[in-house]
Design a protein around this ligand. Sequence first.
Ligand code: GLN
Length: 540
Amino acid sequence: MAASTKHIFITGGVTSSLGKGIIAASLAKLLQSRGISVTIQKFDPYLNIDPGTLNPYEHGECYVTEDGAETDLDLGHYERFLNSTTSQGNNVTTGRIYNNVITKERNGEFLGKTVQVIPHITDEIKNNFYKLGNDGKYDVIITEIGGCVGDIESLPFVEAVRQARWDLGPNNFLVIHLTLIPFLSAAKELKTKPTQHSVKQLLEAGVQPDILVCRTEHHLPVDVKKKIAQFCNVQLNCVIEAMDADSIYDVPLLMKKERLDERVMTKLKITSKTNTELEQWKEFLGKLKNPTMEVDIALIGKYVSLPDAYKSIIESFIHAGTSLECKVNLHLVSSEELNEVNIGKKLELMDGVLVAPGFGVRGLEGKLIATKYARENLIPFFGICLGMQVAVIEFARNVLGKADASSSELEPDCKDPVIFLMEEQKGVKQMGGTMRLGAYPCEMKKGSNAYKAYGKPKITERHRHRYEFNNKYLKEFEEKGMLASGKNPDKGLVEIIELKDHPWFVGTQFHPEYKSTVLNPHPLFVRFIKAVSDNKRNKS
Ligand code: GLN
């Protein structure tokens, strides 16, 4: 472990979903603005090796990193806030920890010892806590512990945090506990008891939090803060109020106002190297809050009852829309509700259509119908991964006249598999971590909409799929006006398709949404919104 790296652990209490990821990302942003190099990692207490095998309904989107790791959606927040990349090392689950320990046991590495939760599992957790700090690249590593203190499954993580205090020594270790101060409207009172209890649970595990970040709907009066400080053994100025915010992007500034970064820096004895005052961030917020136009875009998908399933797409629209001073009203539409009869009514007020990524045949028909509607009515269209594959199938069926065209994922016996299993996927039996994952290069055709968006011929984008465009049909598609405007230079895989005679109809086999950040909105989202706003203007 690099002696110079300082560690901050963020735990959560009272309830889940308080936004530890956003607090972690906001603190990291504040430290970054002071010239401190920082990264964030998330430790999740479930037994899956990674969230790649989880249904989006269970855990929201699976976020893919440059190196092809399938990770928790909080890593998306980290990248979007910090404008820097994460990797496999930034997301560790209990499943991975046990897997590592059991593999070592099978290899005889424990030399006949009884392998136990303490010390073997906790040692493995701690090795992973420290790993990203090994090359001395970071001044500070923030570790978010998933779940809630008191959960049985989080116990080994909390125990490892307790031990880390002694490994790391004074001024190198800090615990921030995120908690909730509920407001009882009948009594008109803010209640501190749940926080007291959750801190007691941490204390029982031997961990004294240094700073409490208190989620609340109302300002915390000083007497409430004093009570919390007294019962939870923290200094009064370390009880930080985290009021509900309009946007997650407000949180860094709210935390700065509450001096969270200053408290952290004092406790860890760190000094600022620079202080940029977050000018670009403030500029972004200014534009976000003062749009000069708005557009309505339908996101067609099958996981719409849980918007977290589309987290990165939703945030990409915010980044790109804001750069154009345009508010994007994103309407999540369930593809299962769409049919030939209602499509006109459902999309009547939409200025653009996005067909989302996904797996399996459920909802396919609705996606095809929406795509056809956008194509025929010249409505700007963006298809991502499965959305691009749907655009290909729709074109094959309705323009090339191949009524039985489909994807071999969705209809294995179809006559014209215009989308089919990639060569390297044939024979793959294991489901976890075996898709085509992570960053691959793509070269674009000059003059295409894709080329215009990126403004350069070669890019890399992140992937997560098993199926691909079947190049056997490419000539027929191109003859009728659907072009392969982006291809993988090594294997010739079609990565981007677009229509020649349409204002903006683009599908990407990759996921551009994983690379959009506050300071670097994704060019394809920017161009799509531009086309959508032009479409709106032409209509009125
Ligand atoms: N199910 C498709 C495939 O595996 C698309 C995946 C996706 O949309 N991420 O190729």
